[in-house]
Structure formats: structure tokens, C-alpha cells
Design a protein. Structure first.
Ligand SMILES: [Zn+2]
Ligand SMILES: [Zn+2]
Length: 359
């Protein structure tokens, strides 16, 4: 894509502005697309060359960086050269690449290129917060109320950012278009959101004294959220439209990520709850009916004769509610047979007798 603008216009490198102008006029006449035998592609090329060479500053840049410039068109490596050129002052550059390169640059560098015309202030942003709940609330669901400070359209200026009664002028930087052509070096520019008016195209004579021109103010809002039964640690709930409110009233969403406090007695495993229960030697050997702590309170569990330590009993329906349907998981109770560490005289006698019998 290397282009020799001097060659295109048919002039020497040291040509005077008059010579360049003369050459351009002659060639433009000859190739004008409206004429019979005109050539649109050729005409555009001539025009492009003239835009650069007729402007002393752009001509100088072109003369100086000509080789870099031609590399830039060659491939992705060359774009690095362009990127380095960012930060150049705003102004009308020779080329208007809004339709093509603007989009490419927009994608590559995440800048508002091409036809997109949005600024952060024009769309309500999403908010992400964390909310801590108990194990019990996660199992059964709950409703929580909390305060959140977020953007609301400013009530003083009705969101337009201007002090009531003050005039609103067309933005002097972008002349009302909301876009400026950013010079990225080498006499090439592309359209971007105006930094002065943030794409609004207008600017208040006096900024609103309450929001300082932002059009939004931070306000405390009370949020009520329904936490469904069965929600698990790390899961998020989206509250549509409860995010930041932009000055034009457009809203973002609020994402609430739930953190469940660990419980000393219960561990969640999917929709089941795991717990442990110690039983005595004799309960294990002879069997018993014992109380088990569940999330619903105490329930009875039958320990059969000869229960081994480590055996798991299932309490049906004592687990966590399924978050997207009916039914609950189970509670799995692991039984640990406790070996007595200190025996009374009587106990010792009995164990000794027991030992004689079992031998
Ligand atoms: Zn502007
Ligand atoms: Zn205001």
C-alpha cells in the first residue's frame, strides 16, 4: 500500500506549493469521475495525495515518516506504528477514515471508532456487589434489604448538566457533532468521541452546581432482593435495571454475588448436607434411636445393632432445596463410634467380661 504522493501528482520531491496545486488541478480535471473517461479510483488517489502535500505540516510528516507510513498499511505489525502515534492533538486531519479505518482501529484499540457514538455517561453501567448470607438462609431462601449508593439523574439540572437558567452552547471543540478527528500521526486521523462534551455536542455555559456537569449524582437507594432457596456460595443474582442510572435515564443491571458463611455443623455437597455424629460403643453394638441435628431441627435416627464406625445414614429430604425446582437433597450422617478413653471400675469389669465371651 506504499504510496508515493509526489509520483501520483507527477511532481518532484522539492516541488513548490504552486507546482503541487497546478499538478493537482490538471490531474483532477482529467480524472474527475463525472467526466467521460474519468476514473474514480485515480481521482481519489490524486485527492489523497493533494490533501497531504498541500498541507505544510502533513507534507513534512509524510516526508519524514514516509517509509514508516507505508509499512503501516502492510499488516498487523505496522499498526504498532500507528498506535505510537496516539495522543496527537485533535484536529482535522487530511483523511477521513471514519467509515473504514475508524472501525478497524476501534476494534483493535477498544476506542470508540467508526459509527459507534456512545460514552460511558450515556449508558447506565452495571454494578457488581457481594452479599454475605448464613448457611440457613442459603438453604431456605430469604429476603434482604440494603442500601446502595449509585448514580441517579441529577434532580437539580434534570440530567442535562447545566445550572438551571444558564445557556447551553454548541461544543466549541467538535462544533456540535460530538466527534472529533483524532490525529494519529502521519497526517492520518479517525473520528472519536469528543473529549470536551463526551459526545453530547453541547456544553453548558455554567455547569450544574449540584452534579458539576455530570448530569448524575450519587444517591443512596434501598435495594430489596429475594434470595432463592438453594443458592450456593459464589452464585450471582441479576437485578435488571438496578445498576447505575445514566443522565438520560438508561439503566445498567445490578449483580449480587452471594457468599455463604460456613456452618460448624453442616457442609454442603451439591444439594446434600453432610454431617457427623458420634455414638458410643454400646449404641453401636446394641443399636439405638438417637437425635440428629438437621437444618430443620432435631430428627430421630435409628442406629441398628452392630453399626460400624464410619457408616453413613441418609436422612431423606433434609438437604438443600433445589434452586430451580421442587424437592430437596438429603442429609448424609456419618456415624463415628467413640472409643471410651477413661473407664470406670464397673465399666472396666464389664468390658473384661465381654472380652472373655468374644474369645
Ligand atoms: Zn464536543
Ligand atoms: Zn446537575
Amino acid at each position: 500500500m506504499s504510496k508515493d504522493y509526489y509520483k501520483i501528482l507527477g511532481v518532484e520531491k522539492g516541488a513548490s506549493p504552486e507546482q503541487i496545486k497546478k499538478a493537482f488541478r490538471e490531474l483532477a480535471h482529467k480524472h474527475h469521475p463525472d467526466k467521460s473517461g474519468g476514473n474514480e479510483a485515480k481521482f481519489k488517489e490524486i485527492n489523497e495525495a493533494y490533501q497531504v502535500l498541500s498541507n505544510p505540516q502533513k507534507r513534512q510528516q509524510y516526508d519524514q515518516f514516509g517509509s514508516d507510513f507505508s509499512q503501516a498499511g502492510g499488516g498487523s505489525q505496522g499498526f504498532g506504528g500507528f498506535a505510537n502515534g496516539f495522543g496527537g492533538g485533535a484536529g482535522n486531519a487530511g483523511f477521513n477514515f471514519e467509515g473504514d479505518l475508524g472501525d478497524i482501529f476501534g476494534d483493535l484499540f477498544g476506542m470508540g471508532g467508526g459509527r459507534r457514538n456512545r460514552s460511558a455517561q450515556q449508558t447506565g453501567a452495571d454494578i457488581q456487589i457481594g452479599l454475605t448470607i448464613s448457611f440457613h438462609d442459603a438453604v431456605f431462601g430469604t429476603e434482604k434489604t440494603f442500601n446502595l449508593e449509585k448514580d441517579q439523574p441529577c434532580s437539580h439540572c434534570k440530567g442535562n448538566g447545566a445550572e438551571p437558567g444558564s445557556k447551553i452552547h454548541t461544543c466549541a471543540t467538535c462544533h456540535g457533532s460530538g466527534r472529533v478527528t483524532q490525529n494519529i500521526g502521519f497526517g492520518i486521523g479517525f473520528a472519536n468521541t469528543c473529549p470536551t462534551c463526551h459526545g453530547e455536542g453541547k456544553k453548558a455555559e455554567k455547569n450544574c452546581s449540584v452534579c458539576h456537569g455530570r448530569g448524575v449524582t450519587k444517591e443512596q437507594k434501598t435495594i430489596k432482593i429475594k434470595i432463592p432457596a438453594g443458592i450456593d456460595n459464589g452464585q450471582s443474582i441479576r437485578l435488571t435495571g438496578e445498576g447505575q442510572v445514566a443522565k438520560n435515564g438508561s439503566t445498567g443491571d445490578l449483580y449480587v454475588t452471594v457468599q455463604v458463611i460456613a456452618d460448624p455443623n453442616f457442609v454442603r455437597q451439591g444439594y446434600d448436607i453432610i454431617s457427623q455424629k458420634e455414638i458410643s460403643f454400646s449404641q453401636a453394638a446394641l443399636g439405638d434411636k438417637i437425635d440428629i441435628e438437621t437444618i430443620d431441627g432435631k430428627v430421630k435416627l435409628k442406629i441398628p445393632e452392630g453399626t460400624q464406625s464410619g457408616k453413613v445414614f441418609r436422612l431423606k429430604g433434609r438437604g438443600v432445596s433445589h434452586v430451580n425446582g421442587r424437592g430437596r437433597g438429603d442429609q448424609l450422617v456419618k456415624v463415628i463410634v467413640k472409643t471410651p478413653s477413661r473407664l470406670s471400675k464397673k465399666e472396666k469389669q464389664l468390658f473384661e467380661e465381654l472380652q472373655k465371651i468374644s474369645q
